[in-house]
Write a protein that binds this ligand. Structure first.
Ligand SMILES: C[S@@+](CC[C@H](N)C(=O)[O-])C[C@H]1O[C@@H](n2cnc3c(N)ncnc32)[C@H](O)[C@@H]1O
Length: 434
């Protein structure tokens, strides 16, 4: 009989986010330790392929790579592709980062850039600050984004070098710090300032210092990681890792080609995954082929109403059908309109994605999904149960389920205080087998 999988709590723990990890604090990820214990306990054979179709900040690809396993990470948000790519930068690159950053900064200082008036950075920054940030970005792009990444039709972010990705992450963090006044009580949300509101005006020296300090700390953390790795006598060779910009609804993966899936699907709590990375998307503007709005619409969990009508499908299972029916009949305003339609969009995209994941899995292989329940007003959205049923409809069997109680929910639902509902949320680890 196969050895049981070792499942730790998937709750985020800020204290564990130090060193190299501390630079990838994107929300909604599961901890590195959770992924490592699980992958190690799976005792996968050499050459096995691990897939995370909603890779986010790339915890799965990072851990798999450290264990010498081959992995594929998919995400639709270009910011997450850059972040996940930077995270697997080999420690041998640590020494190159600082001199590169110094050259990039000196070029940015010496040439004044004429900013395109439609540059998205102007949403948060005054023209001079935006122009200097764009100057740094342009120099990262010009010196490090190679010709392999660019083609006449598009930029292939998947091919961006780890070094370029790391310098982008350093610039992301510098800008995040500068736009802190526009963060709300929800840590993942960054608002766009009103037309009349003052934009951030920071002297070039401040922007340059933030950027350089981030690069310095990243280089030191990576070097420290290299030293720690050397202490492990038989440190595994880093596993090959592919990070692809793709939509799980339409992704193309070989049938029966994947040995293990470890992932956490987008939540159904009206989290706008692009709003959380607005400033990073603005920085990446020249590398993007799609507007942030169009990207937001394509995301699973989108807060935009789908263009075409969607019908409830039997393959979403009975729990989903019951929940949607109750939602449609809910007396509160906009339930039968906006909220019903955005929920239909979520389940439609989830079901299509689960079908693709199931097709890609080898018979007998496991898929582990970390899923959180939530409330719509007073209605329980039992997402773990719904996803279990959707999986079963697409040829997966639920082998095991472990529940963990969370004190607070990743929730930005309006009016949550006016309804009675239990506090916190349940995060479930669903173990499927094909
Ligand atoms: C819960 S997060 C995953 C977090 C990840 N486990 C980590 O450690 O950071 C879900 C991810 O799904 C991505 N996503 C949403 N819709 C998608 C789609 N249609 N195709 C691919 N990725 C999508 C979001 O950009 C987000 O990064």
């Amino acid at each position: 009989m196969a050895r049981p999988l070792h499942i730790l709590s998937p709750k985020r723990n800020k204290r564990l986010q130090t060193g190299w990890e501390g630079f990838f604090p994107y929300y909604a990820g599961f901890p590195e330790l959770f992924a490592r214990e699980l992958l190690q306990s799976a005792k996968l054979p050499q050459g096995a392929i691990i897939l995370d179709p909603w890779n986010g900040s790339g915890t799965t690809t990072y851990v798999a790579s450290g264990l010498g396993l081959t992995s594929i990470g998919i995400d639709l948000n270009p910011v997450m592709i850059i972040v996940a790519r930077a995270r697997v930068l080999p420690p041998s690159e640590a020494d190159h980062l600082r001199p590169l950053a110094a050259t990039i900064l000196s070029h940015a200082r010496s040439a004044t850039l004429t900013l395109d008036p439609s540059d998205a950075l102007l949403g948060w920054f005054d023209p001079d600050t935006a122009a200097f940030i764009r100057g740094i970005e342009r120099n990262i792009r010009r010196s490090l984004v190679g010709n392999m990444t660019k083609s006449p039709e598009a930029i292939h972010l998947d091919k961006i070098s780890g070094t370029a990705a790391t310098l982008y992450v350093a610039l992301f963090a510098a800008c995040r710090k500068l736009v802190a006044p526009f963060r709300s009580s929800n840590p993942t949300w960054l608002r766009i300032p009103k037309k009349t509101e003052a934009r951030v005006a920071a002297p070039n020296i401040t922007v340059a210092r933030h950027f350089a300090a981030n690069v310095r700390s990243m280089s030191a953390a990576l070097a420290a990681k290299a030293n720690a790795d050397l202490l492990v006598a038989d440190a595994a060779r880093s596993g090959e890792c592919k990070i692809n910009l793709s939509d799980t609804v339409s992704m193309k993966l070989g049938v029966d080609s994947v040995d293990f899936v470890l992932t956490s699907p987008p939540y159904c709590t009206r989290i706008d995954y692009t709003a959380a990375t607005r400033v990073e998307l603005a920085i990446l503007g020249p590398l993007l082929s799609k507007s942030a709005r169009a990207l937001g619409k394509q995301m699973i969990g989108s807060t935009q109403v789908p263009s075409a009508p969607i019908e409830v499908e039997e393959k979403w299972g009975p729990t989903c059908a019951k929940f949607l029916d109750a939602l449609r009949k809910h007396p509160s305003k906009a339930s039968r309109g906006y909220y019903y339609r955005t929920h239909l969009d979520y389940f439609d995209k989830m079901s299509r994605s689960m079908e693709r994941i199931s097709d890609a899995l080898k018979p007998g292989a496991n898929a582990i999904l970390v899923v959180q329940d939530s409330y719509y007003k007073d209605l329980h959205n039992d997402l773990p149960k719904i996803i279990s049923e959707i999986g079963e409809q697409h040829g997966l069997s639920l082998d095991r389920r472990e529940d963990f109680h969370l004190r607070s929910m990743s929730d930005i639902n309006p009016g949550r205080r006016s309804y009675t509902r239990p506090s916190g949320a349940t995060e479930s680890v669903l173990c499927f087998v094909k």
